[in-house]
Design a binder for this molecule. Structure first.
Ligand code: HEM
Length: 221
């Protein structure tokens, strides 16, 4: 590709869009935790989405744009790195494979799984019929709460979500590390602290998101 953009500029775009997606991940978890409040609370939260339409549609388009830019530039950086190494098998990076963290080594897999997960997830919930068969618990429709509840009542469905969330945690932990390197933030005291905080943050997201399917599985046990 001959688009005049330095490698560092591309990495900065990946980092900035990644940080924007982190804001979404936090807000989305905060909203989803209303599942613990039961159908009335959760459906009231979901209804606020509809209350602010069509404005909320623009936020969703923006989010989709940020997501696509993040993926596009990540792919570009990865392809350039592979080319610079002279192919997939020739490893000429500064750290030997054994010294790279698990999160780093799993980055291509975690990113790909999250990509497929998000597409599936949108069809699963956003485009679901919120008053159709999947919304029924017993003889009554519980709207979007019912759709989410029935999805997570299936251990396989829950398992695939929890796997996605674990990958998301690894992705977040590594993402913050890369951002720190990309912007050359090397403070002897604050950089290690930021890395540690990012790991706790990633763990908190994993626990928060996984708690929802686990809670439903507990209710239907
Ligand atoms: C237990 C975990 C999760 C639950 C219960 C959940 C729930 C939901 C629900 C109910 C919707 C549809 C909202 C609506 O149409 O009114 C939705 C949309 C969405 N979720 Fe999740 N989600 C979970 C995890 C995730 C994760 C881990 C990600 C990202 C990595 C994610 C990204 C999205 C996106 C991009 C949308 C579409 C945005 C939108 O409709 O506004 N979700 N989620």
């Amino acid at each position: 590709m001959c688009f005049p953009l330095s490698s560092i500029a591309k990495k900065q775009i990946v980092a900035v869009t990644g940080l924007m997606l982190i804001v979404f991940v936090i807000a989305h978890l905060a909203g989803n935790l209303t599942m613990f409040g039961g159908p009335t609370v959760f459906n009231a939260y979901a209804a606020t989405y509809d209350k602010f339409r069509p404005w909320f549609n623009y936020v969703e388009y923006g989010l989709l744009g940020v997501f696509l830019v993040h993926i596009f530039f990540t792919a570009w950086v990865v392809i350039e790195n592979i080319k610079a190494r002279g192919g997939l098998n020739r490893y000429a990076v500064d750290k030997p494979v054994g010294r790279r963290s698990l999160a780093t080594r799993l980055m291509p897999y975690s990113g790909t799984y999250i990509l497929f997960f998000v597409v599936w997830h949108i069809f699963d919930f956003t485009f679901s019929d919120k008053h159709g068969l999947r919304s029924y618990i017993g003889a009554q429709s519980f709207g979007l709460y019912g759709v989410v509840f029935n999805a997570f009542a299936n251990p396989w469905h829950s398992g695939l979500y929890i796997l996605a969330v674990c990958f998301l945690g690894l992705h977040l932990a590594h993402g913050v590390d890369s951002t720190v390197q990309t912007f050359g933030l090397n403070h002897p005291r604050y950089t290690p602290l930021l890395m540690r905080v990012s790991r706790y943050f990633a763990l908190l997201m994993v626990i928060g998101y996984s708690a929802i399917p686990l809670y439903v599985l507990y209710l239907v046990r």
